[in-house]
Design a protein around this ligand. Structure first.
Ligand SMILES: [Zn+2]
Length: 397
């Protein structure tokens, strides 16, 4: 037993003697002394390491992790360390159960009561910006803020959701989502990205109930986009992708028709295919969900004069796109919006979306195509990099 370990146990005992933290055996047994974490110790390699569970401060919450989605950002960091974070515990799309919390913790970031046993998710950490107004609709996105799962390693170590336990510190946003099932909770973060995109689309005043909407790209982002449009009551959705399996899934999510771009030679023919799928009309609005510059250049051809476009596919820099400003934007008077991350308001809206999606029978759980235990995290990331399946998740037993 090393010195740090003894110190942390002594501190924990003292904190408990002072009534500083409430804890419970919880539904899964006693809180152990140590927690496993998946530490990315070099490129393309996680080590499963164990660290003492530190004392829970008056504003802190200890969460037993139940699961966490693998994000494109995790895969990017795993492969190349572009954020220069190694060693790091990744995983930001996580959820779990509160097993211990400091005496000052009574509510979540939306004002909902919090108690031991509640299921929670985290969002951003605003330690340095306590003035952020979460329910301000006009607030810009929260990109650039700190987030668990992308924090540099420190003495606490329990900083990411690819672990058995995570210590959520005061100043973090946390939400009580006990009324959502595990799969829904794992999907919250990617769904919030699309809730934000649709909110951005609505600012154009072009997206209406009866709009013809094209969604290009049927990976998780495009499929979730279709599901959100469907829960909003938009009926006329055409999905565009190059894989029949994904297009079939798009139909289950609510697309009325699909277009496989591999069946068309050239952009004019493809635009004709989209027009046919809408019964002889171009799209009123299009969502570009591919992250491909070529797909971005093409999408203008699917949109009618005076229509709108939301571009959200570029979470990493995919390079430049070539468009014709005369034909594609000016003469067609296309209104374009970009979308990036989400606001905290969008995050809370997402919980309601996930309930609505379930109520109308959309197969959201099918988005999670692979589930791995924590000890197989290297395989999970390799599966993600091979672009197999849709959403890959780490699920703790
Ligand atoms: Zn993510």
């Amino acid at each position: 037993m090393d010195r740090n370990n003894i110190e942390s146990i002594v501190q924990q005992v003292l904190a408990e003697l002072q009534g500083g933290a409430q804890s419970t055996a919880g539904s899964r047994g006693e809180i152990p002394e140590k927690s496993r974490v998946a530490m990315l110790t070099k490129k393309e390699h996680f080590d499963i390491q164990e660290y003492p569970i530190p004392p829970v401060g008056d504003d802190d919450i200890l969460v037993k992790v139940e699961g966490c989605g693998v994000c494109g950002t995790d895969a990017h960091e795993f492969r190349r360390d572009p954020f220069d974070l190694i060693p790091v515990v990744l995983g930001h799309e996580g959820t779990g159960e509160i097993v211990k919390m400091g005496k000052n913790v009574t509510k979540d970031s939306a004002g909902k009561p919090l108690k031991i046993g509640d299921k929670v998710v985290t969002c951003m950490i605003f330690k340095d910006n306590p003035d952020i107004t979460m329910f301000d609709l006009n607030k810009q996105n929260v990109g650039g803020a700190d987030v668990y799962g992308l924090l540099p390693d420190d003495d606490v170590h329990l900083n990411g959701w690819f672990s058995d336990y995570i210590l959520v510190r005061g100043g973090s946003t946390i939400f009580n989502v006990s009324d959502l099932d595990l799969d829904s909770r794992i999907l919250i973060e990617p769904c919030a990205v699309l809730i934000h995109a649709v909110e951005r689309a609505k600012t154009t005043n072009i997206l209406r109930f009866n709009s013809r909407v094209a969604v290009q790209g049927c990976g998780p982002i495009g499929l979730i986009c279709i599901a959100i449009l469907k829960t909003m009551g938009i009926q006329n959705i055409v999905a565009v992708d190059g894989e029949e399996k994904r297009l079939a899934f798009a139909k289950e999510m609510g697309a009325g028709a699909t277009v496989n771009f591999k069946n068309y030679q050239g952009i004019e023919a493809l635009a004709g295919g989209v027009k046919d799928a809408f019964g002889g009309h171009l799209a009123d609005f299009a969502f570009q969900c591919t992250g491909s510059p070529v797909a971005h250049a093409n999408i203008y051809k699917f949109i009618r004069n005076g229509g709108g476009l939301c571009e959200l596919g570029f979470f990493i820099n995919g390079g430049d796109a070539t468009i014709n400003p005369h034909f594609d934007i000016c003469s067609k008077e296309i209104t374009t919006v970009g979308s990036w991350v989400y606001t905290l308001r969008d995050y809370a809206t997402t919980f309601d979306f996930l309930k609505s999606a379930k109520d109308i029978g959309l197969p959201m759980s099918k988005l999670i195509t692979h589930r791995f235990p924590l000890e197989q995290i290297n395989e999970a990331l390799a599966t993600n990099l091979k672009m197999e399946g849709l959403k890959i998740a780490i699920v703790n037993q």
